[in-house]
Design a protein around this ligand. Structure first.
Ligand SMILES: [Zn+2]
Length: 219
């Protein structure tokens, strides 16, 4: 099996994925990955009603995931994919615990179980797990001059604090494109932008790293 990618349900075409990472981030990850607890058999690709996994992926384990339009890889390749629990996947993060159970997961693409033009069930091996609340410790800081609230420039729509450690800032431009910023506050009260979810039309991609506001600008 060679290249695995999917048609956009909106226009029926293949879209190229921009795999470049903005300089302030470490790398990028696929966002709309659906993690299952299935071991062998999987439901049909058209089936939407199944329980997404509540179990954080562990190093070395084999997992079955469902991938769709924002995906373009060949078997044998390695890629990063977002993992979050079912509620956070469908409704966004609502508790600190959901952040502790979210991670950027490096996967090796082992095989395709079943695929059609729009999606596939695939088998992967987990080769790295970067929990959201550990990302800031794992990478050196990249400083930016603007406050996070001004960062995207698209026009802020919402800031929400989840517990003491997390802030989510949402932006969008007339519903066509937007960003969600996930900001972690460490024990020294320094805020780190660790995950940026960037979406436009049918596609979503995540950038991750350790972006820190320039200290001079922090009030
Ligand atoms: Zn399209």
């Amino acid at each position: 099996m060679g290249r695995v990618r999917f048609k956009c349900k909106n226009c029926g075409e293949y879209h190229d994925i921009d795999k470049n990472t903005p300089v302030e981030f470490e790398n990028w990850a696929y966002s709309k990955v659906e993690w299952s607890d299935f071991k062998d058999s999987v439901p049909p690709l058209s089936e939407e009603h199944w329980s997404r996994s509540e179990t954080l992926p562990r190093l070395g384990e084999t997992r079955i995931i469902k991938v769709g339009v924002t995906f373009d890889e060949s078997t044998g390749s390695e890629f990063y994919a977002d993992y979050r629990t079912e509620n956070a996947f469908f409704n966004g993060h609502e508790t600190e615990e959901e952040f502790e159970n979210s991670a950027i997961v490096k996967c090796r693409f082992d095989e395709v179980i079943i695929s059609d033009e729009y999606s596939a069930w695939i088998k992967v091996t987990v080769t790295q797990v970067l929990r959201y609340d550990k990302i800031a410790e794992l990478f050196p800081p990249h400083y930016i001059y603007d406050a996070f609230e001004d960062y995207s420039g698209l026009g802020g729509e919402g800031t929400e604090d989840i517990g003491k450690k997390w802030r989510i800032i949402t932006w969008s431009a007339q519903g066509d494109l937007g960003d969600t910023l996930y900001i972690f506050k460490d024990s020294g009260n320094v805020r780190h932008l660790v995950v940026r979810l960037n979406w436009c039309m049918a596609e979503e991609i995540i950038y991750f790293g350790n972006v820190v506001e320039n200290i001079d600008r922090v009030k």
